[in-house]
Design a protein around this ligand. Structure first.
Ligand code: SAJ
Length: 414
């Protein structure tokens, strides 16, 4: 099969690498660019520098076939996909520095006629801004369609669920938002090379907002579950049973409470809506506040139990932001463990995280914290705190819990 397009993917992280791999597996010639030389080397050796089911076999295959290669410099390509972080500033607006850096690295390579897609989560207007960065660096090019020196800008937000990326990247419907109709059409053509879901064409701003709204919808619903868990605690009701019963109603589907909301998406994206419409986004803001307050509630619970011991040993099960992944970004579980280690200095903290080989820097140098295996940690502990529902914890032999004080934020051992 002849390559249909040369595609350059800028940013080979949790989204960029699967996107590069799946494009390459579907007939495109792909060059991935990353600032981290270790990632570049790993990928060129056919390996994946993070955990994601089924990704490594695809990467190994396309690298071996010569369809994907990684490098530090941005090359010329027919299409570019920008998948870099979009963090927020102290006042919750987007910090566009990585998008700007990507745009400035792409600009010198352009010849006219290229398509540039922003996949990173963006507040309304960031795709247009990316276009402005590029055209400011290259005033010889124009964003107007169908001229020989046109550049086409689009926003195609990713919607894949970490842990299921290789399935969802192909099967999910995809929103294609063009800054112009021509840009949308070109982007649709590119995504059609691998996406089996519907390709839903709209303008760039609506596409940007759709992504934020999807994650905010989830945040609001998780906030409801978290609030119910706090109310139930006050009333002496088992929240898991409560939700299970309520969900028997044909039009009720309450989500699950937990230690808070983590990851780089649901815990972040709603703030972009708040920043864009601060007066109007009341519920969106409140949901964020409710979910962000949940770790404090868990911390207080554990501290109250720990106060009964002179030198408590606490097993903290999980610091990833959700089950069966190694991603610690915005993890409420990690934040709880960090605060416990600082605030209960007389406690010994045995941290169990089967998906990492060493503790993150924020915990590694704490004298009262050590990384432990699950059975060992639980048998040594006075207090067991379940923070993530990793499969290793679900199947734990209940007998070793018999004498333990358990704080179970995920309803794992009911
Ligand atoms: N969580 C709960 N209770 C629940 C469900 C989730 O507390 O009932 C927590 C999780 O433990 C985790 C957080 O919410 O801390 C987010 O987990 P998640 O699995 O719901 O979502 P993410 O952040 O891994 O991925 C989300 C997805 N968005 C939606 O489901 C609307 C994914 O499709 C997006 O592509 C991704 O954000 C993204 O990149 O934006």
């Amino acid at each position: 099969m002849e390559p249909t397009q040369t595609v350059c993917v800028v940013g080979l992280g949790y989204i960029g690498l699967p996107t590069a791999a799946i494009l390459a597996a579907n007939g495109n010639e792909v060059i991935g660019v990353d600032v981290n030389p270790r990632h570049v080397d790993e990928i060129n050796a056919g390996r994946v520098p993070f955990i994601e089911p089924d990704l490594e076999s695809v990467v190994a295959g396309v690298v071996a076939q010569g369809r994907l290669k990684a490098q530090a410099e941005v090359p010329h390509a027919n299409s570019y996909i920008v998948a870099v972080p979009t963090p927020f500033t102290d006042d919750y607006d987007v910090d566009p520095k990585y998008v700007q850096a990507a745009a400035e690295a792409i600009a010198p390579q352009l010849r006219g006629g290229e398509l540039i897609i922003l996949e990173s989560t963006s507040p309304p207007g960031l795709t247009e801004r990316m276009g402005e960065y590029i055209l400011a660096a290259r005033p010889d090019l124009t964003g107007a369609p169908n001229e020989h020196n046109s550049i086409y800008f689009a926003h195609c937000p990713e919607r894949v669920l970490p842990g299921r990326i290789m399935i969802e990247i192909v099967d999910n419907d995809r929103i294609i938002g063009g800054v112009t109709e021509e840009a949308a059409e070109r982007a649709r053509h590119l995504y059609a090379t691998f996406c089996k879901g519907q390709l839903l064409v709209t303008d760039a701003r609506t596409a940007e907002m759709a992504k934020l709204v999807e994650n905010s919808y989830r945040d609001v619903n998780i906030a409801f579950a978290n609030e119910l868990s706090v109310i139930s605690d006050r009333l002496g009701i088992d929240v898991w049973k409560l939700i299970e019963l309520a969900n028997h109603h044909p039009r009720v589907n309450i989500l699950q409470p937990g230690p808070g909301v983590g990851g780089h998406c649901i815990a972040v994206d709603p703030w972009f809506i708040v920043a864009a419409a601060p007066e109007e986004a009341k519920l969106v803001r409140l949901a964020r506040e409710v979910n962000d307050a949940k770790p404090d509630f868990v911390l207080e619970k554990v501290m109250a139990k720990a106060a009964k011991f002179r030198e408590p040993v606490i097993a903290a099960l999980g610091i990833a932001f959700k089950a069966d992944i190694d991603d610690l970004r915005e993890s409420p579980s990690k934040a709880i463990v960090e605060r416990l280690s600082a605030e209960v200095e007389h406690a010994k903290l045995l941290v169990v995280e089967p998906n990492v080989e060493e503790l993150p820097a924020s915990l590694a140098d704490r004298p009262n914290v050590e990384l432990a295996e699950v059975r060992e940690a639980v048998s040594r502990a006075d207090i067991v705190v379940v923070l993530v529902d990793h499969h290793e914890f679900k199947t734990l032999d209940r007998e070793i819990l018999a004498e333990k004080i358990v704080v179970d934020t995920k309803g794992l051992w009911r």
